[in-house]
Design a protein around this ligand. Structure first.
Ligand code: FEO
Length: 124
């Protein structure tokens, strides 16, 4: 689903503000890591750097859901979206990274921040 436009150039802007400095900084880094991978698609280290950061980021959010006592049903549903992205991303990149993979990851990040992360803005 592509409800929200993909920014060009691909970078964080205030429309992605989820009212948490810590999470905003992590989201900015995700934009940077995706751009870095897009510029070096054959570099397995760039892919690993992105996937490792994604895992760290998801854990940060999920830990905050728990620490801030965010609604358990919303928290569980959000975690399920995270888990699906990880498995989809691993499968999509198993044979390398091409323009289609980059488009998939860019689209996922934008739709996820604006469609899902925004739901916790101001609450975690
Ligand atoms: Fe910022 Fe739910 O990932």
């Amino acid at each position: 689903m592509s409800t929200f436009a993909i920014p060009t150039p691909f970078q964080w802007d205030p429309s992605f503000d989820v009212k948490s400095d810590q999470i905003n900084e992590q989201h900015k880094k995700l934009f940077e890591l995706i751009n870095d991978l897009a510029a070096h698609k054959a570099d397995a280290g760039k892919l690993k750097a992105l996937l490792d950061y994604v895992l760290m980021h998801f854990k940060t959010e999920e830990d905050l859901f728990h620490a801030k006592h965010w609604a358990a049903d919303k928290s569980a549903a959000h975690k399920a979206i995270h888990d699906k992205f990880v498995s989809d991303a691993v499968a999509a990149t198993a044979n390398g990274v091409d323009d289609g993979v980059i488009a998939f990851v860019k689209n996922w990040l934008v739709q996820h921040i604006k469609g899902s992360d925004m739901q916790y803005a101001g609450q975690i």
